[in-house]
Design a protein around this ligand. Structure first.
Ligand code: PLP
Length: 287
């Protein structure tokens, strides 16, 4: 089957989908994006993703390329034309094409690209095993709350993790507090059974999965505390896990080689993973 991409008003075969060399996303990383999970052919948490997209565009004064209703139509078409039942949708909006010059160009039209691809079902064995993470200094800018395509520090962090045989890198701020992973939010569970995650300040992306997991935790009667935590606290925690659109809820069993919670995924992480998986498959909207 030919994969189809949407590029600035046209549905094209993936291999012919291209943007101009002077697209500002290409030259300045002057753009934003979203990654949305597809489950049973439906977008998971579309509303919160589109709200975050609108916020990112607003923070960077990039115009919306179309109304939300028109955008939802395009997203649905890309999922449908690619026959994705389970997978991910990627959408990117840049400030558009203009002769290279740093300041915002006059009259550039925002550029929209949408792709989607199928993924195999999540392997339950992977989550039951958990993952190892390393820690790295957070070298990013001070507006990590904006979901920009400017991801080089995240790319470097993820590569460091890969080189170390780990799944993710927890980024650590100048005061020794964990900010987040390269593509996921970070959580720990204390001895007392309290879920702890950093508040959604400018140092992290306010993950859509993070919010859904918070709501699911509240529903399960699990206490949630939004506060920063250190690497030492994470290593000594009774459980740790990551959340994100692609990682879903991924238990962390090792940090820099130190076992967390006996080196096995704990009951809270597995419960939240089960609740999240069930909720995402059910299409019940935001929990
Ligand atoms: N933090 C970063 C830096 C990310 O890139 C992502 C997702 O890509 C997340 C957190 C998790 O966000 P979400 O749950 O909306 O996928």
């Amino acid at each position: 089957m030919t994969r189809i991409a949407y590029v600035n008003g046209r549905y094209l075969p993936h291999r012919r989908a291209a943007v101009h060399v002077e697209d500002r996303g290409y030259q300045f990383a002057d753009g934003v994006y979203e990654v949305i999970a597809v489950d049973h052919g439906r977008l998971v948490d579309a509303g919160p993703h589109l709200e975050r997209l609108a916020r990112s565009l607003n923070e960077l004064s990039i115009a919306r390329p179309m109304t939300d209703a028109a955008l939802r139509h395009v997203l649905g078409e890309v999922v449908r034309r690619n026959r994705v039942r389970r997978g991910i949708l990627y959408l990117q909006i840049t400030r558009g094409v203009a002769p290279r010059s740093h300041a915002f160009p006059d009259g550039a039209k925002p550029a929209l690209v949408v792709t989607a691809r199928s993924l195999p079902p999540a392997d339950p064995a992977a989550a039951e095993k958990g993952c190892a993470v390393i820690t790295v200094p957070d070298i990013r800018w001070k507006r990590c709350d904006i979901k920009t395509v400017s991801l080089l520090p995240n790319v470097l962090a993820k590569q460091q993790a890969k080189d170390a045989g780990a799944f993710e890198a927890l980024q650590v701020d100048a005061d020794g507090f964990v900010t987040e992973g390269s593509a996921a939010n970070a959580w720990i569970i204390t001895e007392a059974g309290v879920l702890v995650t950093r508040p959604a300040d400018h140092a992290i992306l306010d993950g859509v999965t993070r919010r859904s997991v918070m709501a699911l935790a509240a529903r399960a009667g699990i206490a949630v505390e939004e506060r920063p935590f250190t690497v030492a606290e994470a290593k000594g925690a009774s459980e740790a896990f990551l959340t994100g659109t692609t990682a879903m809820v991924m238990p962390v069993v090792r940090i820099d080689g130190t076992p967390v919670g006996g080196g096995k995924p704990g009951p809270f992480s597995l419960r939240l993973l089960a609740d999240y998986t069930e909720w995402a498959a059910g299409g019940a909207g935001t929990p």
